[in-house]
Design a binder for this molecule. Structure first.
Ligand code: ADP
Length: 514
């Protein structure tokens, strides 16, 4: 049987024209044969691809040991593996950095196989090499990309952890109780403020159904109704006031806000509940209201007496009384009246607060009321107050109170439009209502303030020092109009002026025969 050794010999014999040679030359891999019997194991054959891969010419290759491919890069561990394979006549398969004739690096996937003669002696080695530089480059790039992606993931994870820690420290420090529930109202987390305020431990709370917490102390019917009926419709619960007597901490008034939080994926349908304890604030408000009510009552009584005495003094003034005496008396009278109005406003406010405002409803003509009120006001101002009011509508309401509203709106229009000289008062029918509008061309009101001016004691910051007032006139107007089933609102632009509008339902014409 012919051995590989015989084959090689025949290749050697007919190196130029042998069919094997053609086969070797058409291989894509670089192939060399070294003669192990000669000193330094020289290359005795190389194919065309070997020349192409290395850039060396045939005559620069034959006779050399393969190590010239390593140039100066001699510390690679793969070199030892080759040495070992050659020394022990073993096969080896490895990837090594080699250098072309022009000095450029290429990655060589090298397979070295020993060739033995009949006696088992290693006479030759066959080396097959593939240029895997592109693959190595792609592998390297992939490795670098992976490393950079991993680095980014690590950084991002750290950032997320930091953010989470940051958020959780905020949640733990806010002075508001916060609860997160799952869609079955089971508590997933409760912040420190909640635990401290309601005197419960995390063990008593987390994992329990809200309504069963602390022996069902949170089983509060209006709250349950809101959370189970309103929230699922995707509407948040905003500033809902709940009053409840808790077993350990007593009666509490709470402002509850609840939102459904939907995060993609894992956080599906969670409920965030924020509970603000407004018990103390309510108590302070109550005391303030009590104080206002008592103070205005106490002030009103002596003032009424003073008013009476001033009127008496006016009547009793002797014929020969000096002008100075009479004008002084007039001034006293005007200021007593101003004081009286201020105290009346305060009294009205506390009456509204306690729900004790009385309405004496009677049918009246709105056009006449507007004209009379404006006429009265015109006596004390240089402003031209234009009226357009021909509705012939009859209102069923408290004429005095509606007059007070018109009076207040026009007085404000005059007060807050220095530099202007006219006010327009319109009254029109709109459906079954009349709409009364008071327009000034003064300073106007900013959009932020527009939402607050009907609150008690609110005054726009920039005018506080320039104009006197207590910030309760509009609050009273708003309440009066609401009691008459109408609405009061404002349209305004800073620097251009304001229009205060209110509506009142018109009485059915056939009811009182007018
Ligand atoms: P007061 O006039 O005593 O401050 P009001 O309740 O009547 O109290 O008005 C509340 C606030 O609304 C005022 O302080 C002022 O800032 C603003 N305001 C009311 N009317 C006007 C107006 N016509 N133009 C501009 N600002 C106004």
């Amino acid at each position: 049987m012919e051995t590989i050794y015989d084959h090689l010999n025949s290749i050697n014999d007919n190196l130029d024209n042998n069919i094997y040679l053609q086969a070797l030359n058409s291989a894509k891999s670089g192939i060399i044969i070294t003669d192990n019997r000669q000193p330094d194991n020289p290359i005795i054959y190389c194919n065309k691809s070997f020349e192409e891969i290395t850039g060396y010419l045939h005559n620069e290759i034959i006779g050399h040991n393969c190590r010239f491919l390593q140039a100066q890069d001699r510390t690679q561990p793969e070199r030892e593996m080759i040495k070992d394979a050659v020394k022990n006549g073993k096969e080896c398969h490895l990837e090594i950095r080699n250098y072309r004739k022009n000095g450029t690096l290429f990655w060589n996937e090298l397979i070295i196989s020993p060739v033995r003669n009949k006696e088992g002696e290693v006479t030759h080695f066959i080396g097959v090499q593939n240029d895997i530089t592109d693959r190595k480059k792609a592998e390297n790039e992939l490795r670098e990309e992976k490393a950079s992606a991993e680095k980014k993931i690590l950084e991002r994870t750290k950032e997320l952890h930091d953010n989470e820690a940051f958020l959780s420290s905020i949640i733990q420090t806010v002075r508001e109780s916060l609860l997160v529930l799952d869609s079955d109202y089971k508590v997933l987390s409760a912040n420190t403020h909640f635990l401290n305020s309601f005197k419960v431990t995390p063990e008593d709370t987390v994992g329990k159904i809200l309504f069963e917490l602390g022996n069902h102390q949170w089983d509060i019917e209006p709250l349950k109704e809101l959370l189970t009926k309103i929230l699922p419709t995707n509407n948040p619960v905003i500033d809902f006031e709940v009053e409840h007597d808790f077993p350990y901490i007593g009666r509490k008034i709470m402002l509850v806000n609840a939102y459904r939080v939907e995060f993609e994926g894992q956080y599906k349908d969670r409920i965030l509940i924020a509970i603000e304890d407004i018990t103390e604030k309510k108590e302070i408000d109550r005391r303030k209201d009590d104080f206002l009510s008592i103070a205005s009552h106490e002030l009103k009584t002596p003032l009424t007496t003073i008013k009476g005495f001033v009127q008496l003094l006016k009547r009793m003034a002797p014929e020969e009384a000096s002008d100075k005496f009479l004008t002084t008396l007039d001034k006293v009278s005007v200021n007593v009246e101003r004081l009286n109005n201020l105290i009346s406003e305060l009294l009205d406010t506390s009456k509204i607060q306690s729900g004790n405002i009385e309405i004496h409803n009677e049918p009246f003509k709105i056009d006449t009321l507007i004209r009379d009120t404006v006429e009265n006001l015109s006596l004390a101002t240089d402003y031209k107050i234009n009226i357009s009011s021909n509705t012939n509508a009859t209102i069923f309401g408290d004429e005095l109170q509606i007059s007070q509203v018109i009076n207040n709106l026009i007085s404000n229009a005059i007060k807050y439009s220095p530099g202007s000289d006219k006010i327009d008062v319109y009254c029109n029918r709109v459906g079954h209502f009349v709409k009364v509008s008071v327009t000034d061309y003064g300073m106007g009101i900013s959009p932020q303030d527009q939402s607050k001016i009907f609150e008690r004691f609110f005054r726009a910051r920039d005018i506080q020092k320039k104009f006197p007032g207590m910030g309760i006139g509009l609050y009273i107007c708003h309440e009066i109009i609401a009691k008459h089933n109408g609405t009061l609102w404002v349209e305004s632009e800073i620097g251009a002026g304001s229009t205060f509008n209110f509506t009142l339902p018109i009485i059915k014409e056939n009811r009182n025969g007018r």
